[in-house]
Design a protein around this ligand. Structure first.
Ligand code: 5RP
Length: 219
């Protein structure tokens, strides 16, 4: 099975978690795109949808879904999103697609967070995938200098602006053995909007697409 097929299988397994009357949060990325393509089959169970990015909102609207603002609906029963890395504690690196801030807000405002990934995303230690940090533009070089203290190599994501009008620094070569602490410490650097570690609010369910089927792990 190819990596894309594993993503599609994981996305399709997530449909089971959508119960009648669901206030649904939809994330961003290629795995979530498979989810969005499959959502019409469960449309009658969905009461409202919020999305973590302009891209996902456009995609949802193009197949006839109305997309609400989180500020209007208040909370989600269920949030479904992908990840760049996950560990056995359900902690994640997210933000490869640059939507980390809205993703973190929706994850925090959701009763259940189902993370859909292919098996290549499971790691022992987080950090082989460059850690995305959303920063306000004027703080970019200051934040990069602070990050060097953690022995990571900050790389500015050239030509990219987030949906919030901010920029992204990708931090390479981190070995994140204490992710909860690192999430707290980077979040406190002035100018950081969001760090792409999802550890204070990890996933509740990991659906992992693999050659022999989708594995479901619940926290
Ligand atoms: C976007 C994300 C995505 O969930 C993450 O990058 C995974 O993407 P994909 O499903 O394309 O592998 O965090 O900000």
């Amino acid at each position: 099975m190819s990596q894309n097929e594993e993503k599609r299988e994981a996305a399709s397994a997530a449909l089971e978690f959508i119960k009648p009357g669901c206030a649904l949060g939809v994330g961003t990325g290629s795995t979530v795109n498979y989810l969005i393509d499959a959502l019409p089959a469960v449309k009658d169970k969905i009461q409202s949808i919020v999305s973590s990015s302009v891209d996902s909102t456009k995609r949802l609207r193009s197949i006839g879904f109305e997309v609400s603002e989180l500020a209007e609906v208040g909370h989600c029963d269920l949030y479904i999103d992908g990840a760049d890395e996950a560990n056995k504690h359900f902690q994640l690196i997210k933000g490869g697609g640059g939507a980390l801030t809205r993703e973190k807000v929706i994850a925090a405002a959701s009763r259940k967070f189902v993370c859909i990934i292919d098996q290549t995303k499971m790691v022992g230690v987080l950090g082989a995938f460059p850690l995305p940090i959303e920063v306000i533009p004027m703080a970019r070089s200051y934040v990069a200098r602070e990050i060097i203290k953690y022995r990571g190599q900050p790389v500015f994501r050239e030509g990219f602006m987030t949906d919030n009008g901010n920029q992204i620094i990708d931090v390479h070569n981190l070995s994140i053995t204490n992710p909860i602490e690192i999430e707290s410490r980077i979040s406190l650097i002035p100018g950081v909007v969001t760090v792409g570690l999802f550890c204070h609010r990890p996933a509740d369910v990991l659906l992992i697409g693999a050659p022999d089927g989708v594995k479901c792990h619940e926290r």
